[in-house]
Design a binder for this molecule. Sequence first.
Ligand code: I22
Ligand code: ZN
Length: 250
Amino acid sequence: MDQASIRNLAPGRSNDRYNQATTIKASILSRKPSCRYRLGHGPQHFTQNTDIMINQRILAHFNESAELKARAAEVLAGPIASAVELMFSALSNGNKILACGNGGSAADCQHFAAELVGRFERERLPLPALALTTDTSIITAVGNDYSYNEIFSKQVQAFGQAGDVLLAFSTSGNSANVLAAIDVALERDMRVIALTGKGGGAIGKKLTEADVHICVPHDRTARIQEVHLLTIHCLCDGIDVALFGGDAND
Ligand SMILES: O=C(CO)[C@@H](O)[C@H](O)[C@H](O)[C@H](O)COP(=O)(O)O
Ligand SMILES: [Zn+2]
């Protein structure tokens, strides 16, 4: 390309290719934000405004999460302590804990089971906890042959025994498969510890006096999940303290 052609590509010059590029750029920018970046077409760089906006949002996420955790501690300390007592009494009686939930809450179930079967902060014998979210053959077979609403309840029917605990996670309190698992657990004389948010939804209405409801006082799923994770660690710590006393890692 000669110098004159290159100069013609610069802004302000009348040039078909330049005008065409400008039109394409304007059309990309006018789309919904999620469509602006052409993934897979080389590196894209943030504008300064995007960079500032992202930083502000990160600070807002941290602040909102910290504020909620401080506020939730007041309301949730009591129910979390009751949940520790329920779990400890079930485990010392030779019973086990089954955990269910969807999406991020499925990850919470696995996180909790890993810390009971493996360890939290202290060396101890493995404790029996089972995440009902991990066997893809069971989940796809039951989901395919029956319904997705039964993927947890069938497993509670298969593994749950009187005196076991169902740890049920749902930020909305309304997931049908978690509700069905709670129904079966209650039928089998298991106790339920429910971690919810958004007022507790249908789960809150289903629980009995013998169960424990840990309902995060917030309406945003991500924030609720963050408090659920903190709660999982409080439960693991509480079980260790009940087993060994409170003098290690304080
Ligand atoms: O992690 C997130 C959102 O932060 C999602 O994966 C979320 O867990 C899923 O949408 C779940 O299906 C939500 O279910 P639930 O918490 O209302 O029972
Ligand atoms: Zn999430």
